[in-house]
Design a protein around this ligand. Structure first.
Ligand SMILES: [Zn+2]
Length: 426
């Protein structure tokens, strides 16, 4: 049975609201309630979802719509169901209320990323109901713990259940929303993301009495090092992808606005400083957590080498966690399809390949050989402060822009599966 398009639109908005009302703030996560919600939709449509937990309540849900026998490489639609914490007092509406106001659905996760989850689950269910036969498998994945390092989610699945999430192509966050630069509109499509190397840097020096000041204390040394780190830019390296992205925008690397800085260098940011335990004791040790981010082509060792050039040979450096950067080629049929359909959906705008300075689950799926793109399209008007709503207060999704994106996204997904919108929707 084909789903009427308007019903599909309504269901998508209702499912977005339903997911927002389920508080999956991470920590602690509690993604089980979202998995149960999604499982019910998928089961009703005739699918057989699998729920896997590494730890109780941290559910990952995977479902598969089978393609033709001997078909092409699977396409996976992936989202995470956890959200970051809220400062409720700073919101003008209830963060888990899923209210509709001013043309938007309000609530934590409206953008990041329960909206894409709602689109994905709707497409999988509609495909199943229509009994359509895709020319490749479609995998639906809604995973836990992306906001806290993916140890309970994509990383765990890739390492322990690779057969469930191995795909030729993945559509995940982040990309496909309108970016205004000067007079022009762009749709950045994420093809690359930086890696991370989180480091604890420790220095030690003789302790002493607070009444007997000295120059050579651990805190003083650490303060010098932090100043040096924040004032010394890491080496600039323009990757071939960034060179192309900037060329498309008509910007030369040396004239690029600050937005592009982190896309052209490794970066290192001090985030947690620790020293001292009593107000009249000079502590013998000071430490800082450094949030390091690596460009495609770099790794943990090259990052540490570069950090050493800034801090010198003496401080102890301990890597707490790290993940490699990922980059997919934009030279694929799927990327060309995304680009042409996006540009047709908003005449005059251009879709461009993009590097995310942050991290998503795509870096884990890429380890299994998948070509991963960030594509969750939303059309925005120039007044919408979309970027600052990620993890921000008053997170909200414009309904008209989301429905525009739903049409585009569904069209791209079905075309890539060898189907037409009319095969699935009435
Ligand atoms: Zn996210």
């Amino acid at each position: 049975m084909r789903t009427p398009w308007e019903k599909f639109e309504q269901e998508t908005i209702e499912n977005l609201r339903g997911l927002i009302t389920l508080d999956t703030t991470n920590p602690p996560g509690n993604e089980r309630i979202a998995a149960a919600y999604l499982a019910e939709i998928l089961t009703r449509a005739g699918l057989d979802p699998i729920i896997i937990e590494r730890a109780p309540t941290r559910s990952n849900l995977i479902a598969r719509v089978g393609g033709r026998v001997g078909g092409k490489a699977p396409l996976m639609l992936s989202s995470h169901t956890d959200v970051v914490p809220v400062e409720a007092a700073r919101w003008s509406r209830r963060p888990f209320g899923a209210e509709i106001a001013e043309g938007c659905v309000w609530g934590r996760g409206a953008i990041d990323m329960k909206s894409k989850c709602a689109m994905d689950v709707g497409i999988a269910a509609a495909l199943m109901r229509a009994g359509a036969s895709p020319e490749r498998d479609l995998i639906f994945a809604a995973v836990a713990d992306e906001e806290a390092g993916s140890e309970q989610g994509a990383k765990f699945l890739v390492e322990h259940h690779p057969e469930l999430v191995r795909a030729g192509f993945v559509l995940n966050e982040t990309g496909g929303f309108t970016l205004f630069l000067g007079e022009r509109r762009y749709y950045p499509i994420q093809v690359a993301e930086k890696g991370f190397v989180t480091v604890r840097m420790t220095v030690t020096a003789a302790p002493g009495h607070g009444s007997m000041p000295r120059v050579d204390t651990a805190i003083g040394w650490m303060a010098d090092l932090i100043t040096r780190i924040t004032r010394t830019p890491m080496r600039r390296r323009v990757t071939p992808l960034m060179r192309e992205t900037l060329a498309e925008l008509g910007i030369t690397p040396d004239k690029a606005p600050p937005l592009f800085g982190p896309m052209m260098a490794n970066t290192v940011t001090p985030t947690i400083v620790r020293a001292g335990y009593k107000d009249n004791v000079i502590p013998g040790e000071a430490s800082v957590i450094l949030d390091g981010r690596t460009l495609p082509g770099e790794d943990e060792r090259s990052f540490i080498r570069e950090l050493r050039e800034i801090v010198g040979p003496e401080p102890a450096l301990e890597v707490i966690k790290s993940a490699a950067p990922a980059e997919a080629s934009p030279d694929t049929g799927l990327f060309r399809l995304i680009k042409s359909r996006t540009e047709a959906a908003d005449p005059g705008a251009r879709a461009i390949a993009w590097m995310l300075p942050g991290a998503t689950d795509s870096k884990f799926y890429a380890q299994l050989g998948a070509t991963c793109y960030g594509f969750a399209p939303v059309r925005l008007d120039a007044r919408m402060p979309f970027g600052s709503l990620y993890h921000g207060n008053d997170e909200r999704m414009p309904i008209a822009g989301l429905l525009w994106g739903l049409r585009l996204y569904t069209d791209v997904v079905l075309t890539f599966l060898g189907l037409r919108l009319e095969d699935v929707f009435a």
